[in-house]
Design a protein around this ligand. Structure first.
Ligand code: NAD
Length: 487
């Protein structure tokens, strides 16, 4: 495999070839720790989209005709190649994204698990084709088939580049769809590896096309393209809504994985030290740039003081620094733009007079890099924008509650519903509380457990549809019934 970052100037991967982009604008790809440019990438152009969609459309019937078991071999091939190149991919990902090596490893390992899982699902799909439906009407036979949706546009964000693209690409290919994948222009380097792997494993030409570019150059034309049968998008609500609008003009289906403002409920019977470990894991991982970050802490007033002091202790022990260095807990934010967006919330907190348990005054930042101090505000009013809006950075807002009922009510009082966590000394109680929460993933006495077998997606404004599990495959299948006289 070539050195990924070398020749990434003005190229697109279409029909198994690196070809010049029709776009003339170039975008800088940064190392957010060193604040230096490490590559440039084309902003792309509608003409690139057109060529890639044509290639995908031409390749689709043969890819579908291969059958699930044959497609599964390629998905296993992706997983094997990602394993084989693990070290170089993780280094590349940590360098481009700013996440510590261990977290880059989790991004990659979860992606590998996803390719393997959907290899299994692709094999199982063959056995599901033509299943007999039990019908009341005498003399009638009905059978169920699952056809691929067709050509799919897959648009990914920058926070977990490998896993967010795997959650789309693996089920799409398993289903028999062909794809045009658009990585985020902020972190195009990790996903570029997928094109190199497609060549390495001999994936048929046109099955995976990868277009570098930004929203204007690639994202919008892809969402509007008449030959794209479905768009699967992960990113912000603002862009997700634009994608949905574009798809609605031709009644194309969409899957949307959008923002979150997930609660973590710490009940009065929780051990404060153990609870603090879960709270930390839920917000400071990936410098808080996680859609499912549990960024609203609802703590019972009986344990609030003990919890805040346990959190302060743990926050003081965090090491901020080089993502490639052993022992780094927090890297920089992934871009200057994201650092500035989070800083605006910190400025607002100052204006609102919020009480910081820990903030920039308690922490010395590395001299270079898009760093922000891990921050914890307590007693945040529920009317505050910091309580209500997704910040997408290392900022936790706490609020005390007097009862379980109040905790549940405030947990559900959000426009989002992606995830939630319940910490209690009584696991049965934690599960019972979890059942009352409106979110796609509820963790109890744990955090951020994302499994290929369970669904991923949100209630309310956190999105539409589910990735992962059998639901993730269904998102790329059309159900069809063949009905007639029984033999
Ligand atoms: P973003 O919406 O800015 O960008 C996402 C992708 O959309 C990028 O590839 C971007 O180039 C592209 N894009 C931009 N404008 C477009 C347009 N007009 N049409 C089509 N595509 C366009 O989001 P981001 O900053 O990359 O990611 C952060 C957001 O993603 C956060 O809100 C986070 O919560 C969300 N996210 C959600 C999940 C989830 O599973 N629910 C996972 C990760 C991130």
């Amino acid at each position: 495999m070539q050195s990924f970052s070398q020749q990434l100037i003005n190229q697109q991967f279409i029909n198994n070839q690196w070809v010049p982009s029709a776009g003339t604008r170039l975008l800088d790809v940064m190392n957010p720790y060193r604040e230096v440019r490490i590559a440039q990438v084309t902003a792309g152009d509608a003409a690139d989209v057109d060529t890639a969609v044509k290639a995908a459309k031409q390749a689709q019937p043969a890819w579908q005709a291969l059958g699930g078991s044959a497609r599964a071999k390629y998905l296993d091939g992706f997983a094997d190649a990602l394993v084989a190149h693990r070290d170089s991919i993780i280094t590349l990902s940590a360098t481009n994204n700013g996440k510590p090596l261990a977290e880059a490893g989790i991004d990659l390992d979860d992606a590998i698990a996803c390719y393997r899982y959907y290899a299994g699902q692709a094999r199982a799909l063959d056995a599901r084709q033509g299943e007999l439906v039990s019908v009341e009407m005498a003399g009638v036979e009905a059978r169920t088939y699952h056809d691929p949706v067709g050509v799919v546009g897959l648009i990914a964000p920058w926070n977990f580049p490998l896993v967010t693209s795997a959650w789309k690409l693996a089920p799409a290919l398993a289903a028999g769809c062909t794809a045009v994948l658009k990585p985020s222009e902020v972190t195009p380097l990790p996903e570029r590896v997928l094109a190199e792997i497609a060549l390495e494993i001999g994936l048929p030409a046109g099955v995976l096309n990868l277009l570098n570019g930004d929203g204007e150059g690639i994202g919008a034309p892809l969402s509007h393209h008449p030959d794209v049968d479905k768009i699967s998008f992960t990113g912000s609500n603002r862009v997700g809504e634009a994608v949905m609008q574009a798809a609605s003009a031709r009644t194309a289906s969409v899957s949307l994985e959008l923002g979150g403002k997930s609660p973590i409920l710490v009940m009065e019977d929780a051990d404060p030290g153990q609870a603090a470990d879960w709270v930390m894991a839920g917000i400071y991982f990936n410098a808080g740039q996680i859609c499912s970050a549990t960024s609203r802490l609802l703590v019972h007033e009986d344990v609030a003081e003990a919890l805040y002091s346990a959190l302060a202790e743990r926050m003081d022990a965090l090491t901020l620094g080089d993502p490639l260095a052993e022992g780094t807990d927090l890297g920089p934010l992934t871009s200057a733009k994201q650092r500035d967006a989070v800083q605006r919330y910190l400025d607002l907190a100052e204006q609102e007079g919020l009480t910081a348990v820990r903030d920039g005054k308690h922490c010395t930042l590395p001299e270079k890099g898009y760093f922000l101090a891990p921050t914890l505000y307590r007693d945040v009013p529920v009317e505050s924008r910091l309580w209500q809006e997704e910040i997408f950075g290392p900022v936790l807002c706490g609020h005390s509650v007097g009862s379980e009922a109040e905790a549940v009510q405030l947990a559900n009082d959000s426009v989002f519903g992606l995830a939630a966590t319940v910490i209690s000394g009584d696991p049965e109680r934690a599960k019972r509380i979890g059942r009352q929460l409106k979110a796609g993933s509820i963790w109890y006495n744990s955090e951020q457990l994302v499994l290929p077998e369970t669904g991923w997606g949100g209630f309310k404004r956190s999105g539409i549809g589910r990735e992962l599990g059998p639901w993730g495959l269904s998102a790329y299948l059309e159900v069809k019934h063949v009905i007639g006289p029984a033999d």
